[in-house]
Design a protein around this ligand. Structure first.
Ligand code: SAM
Length: 213
C-alpha cells in the first residue's frame, strides 16, 4: 500500500508479532470471492501472495491445485503447514514458504496467482509485487486480486483514500496491457461483521485477469 507507514517496525517484525500474538487472526475460511472466481478453472499450479494462515491455499489444494502460499511471517506459514498436514495435504499439494515479496517470489509459470487483501499498515511495495507476479503468470493463466477498497470501520489502522488500491493502479501492473484480458475489474459491496459484532457494508476491489500471450 502506497505511503501507509504507521509503525517504525519492519514489515517482518510487524506481521510476525501480529501472528505470534494469537492462535489465529483470520477466519480460516476461504475468501468467498476468490473461491467463486476460481471454482471453474482447471486445476494447475497456483501461488497465493501474502497467504497468511493459508485458508485459500488449503482450499485450492483440496480441489486438486498444486498450491503454494507465501508470506513474510514464519508463524503464519507454520500455521498453514500444520493445517496442510492435518488435512492430508502435506504431500506437496499445499506448500508454504516464508519470504519477503517481491524479492522472494518463486519462479513461474503459475496457472493462477492470487492475493486476498495483500495490504498492510506498514511498508508494502504492492505495485512491484503485482508487476513481478504478473510476469510469473503462465499464458492462459489468471491473476486474481481481492482487496479492501476502503478501510473496514473497525480497522485500527485507518488509511486515506490515496493509500488504498485502485482499479487503475492495480491494472497498471499488467504489462503489456494488450497481453491481458480483464475478465472482472470492479468494486463489489459485501456485508460483514466486525470483531465486536458490528455490521457494516464493505467495498472490495475485485480483479480477475487472463494472460493472453
Ligand atoms: C491483510 S493480511 C491477508 C492475509 C490473507 N491473504 C487473508 O486474506 O486472510 C496481509 C498478509 O500479507 C503478508 N505480507 C505483508 N507484507 C508482505 C511481504 N512483503 N511479503 C510477503 N507477505 C507479506 C502479511 O504477513 C499478511 O499475512
Amino acid at each position: 500500500m502506497r505511503g501507509a507507514t504507521v509503525s517504525d517496525d519492519s514489515p517482518k517484525n510487524f506481521w510476525e508479532s501480529r501472528y505470534a500474538d494469537s492462535e489465529r487472526i483470520w477466519s480460516g475460511r476461504v475468501n468467498p470471492t476468490m473461491s467463486s472466481l476460481v471454482a471453474d478453472l482447471p486445476a494447475g499450479r497456483a501461488l497465493d501472495l501474502g497467504c497468511g494462515e493459508g485458508a485459500d491455499v488449503l482450499w485450492l489444494a483440496a480441489r486438486g491445485w498444486q498450491a503454494m502460499g507465501i508470506d513474510i511471517s514464519a508463524t503464519a506459514v507454520a500455521h498453514g503447514k500444520a493445517q496442510a498436514e492435518s488435512h492430508d495435504l502435506g504431500d506437496g499439494s499445499a506448500v508454504f514458504l516464508a519470504a519477503d515479496l517481491p524479492e522472494g517470489m518463486p519462479e513461474g509459470p503459475f496457472d493462477l496467482i492470487s492475493a486476498s487483501f495483500l495490504q498492510s499498515p506498514v511498508a508494502l511495495d504492492r505495485q512491484r509485487i503485482l508487476q513481478t507476479a504478473a510476469d510469473r503468470v503462465a499464458v492462459g493463466g489468471r491473476l486474481m486480486l481481492v482487496s479492501h477498497a476502503t478501510s473496514p470501520p473497525w480497522s485500527t489502522h485507518r488509511h486515506g483514500p490515496d493509500e488504498m488500491p485502485t482499479l487503475e493502479g492495480d491494472l497498471s501492473a499488467l504489462v503489456p496491457r494488450d497481453a491481458w484480458e480483464v475478465q472482472v475489474g470492479e468494486l463489489r459491496e459485501r456485508s460483514a461483521r466486525g470483531p465486536n459484532g458490528e455490521d457494516a457494508t464493505l467495498e472490495d476491489l475485485v480483479i480477475l485477469a487472463k494472460r493472453l500471450h
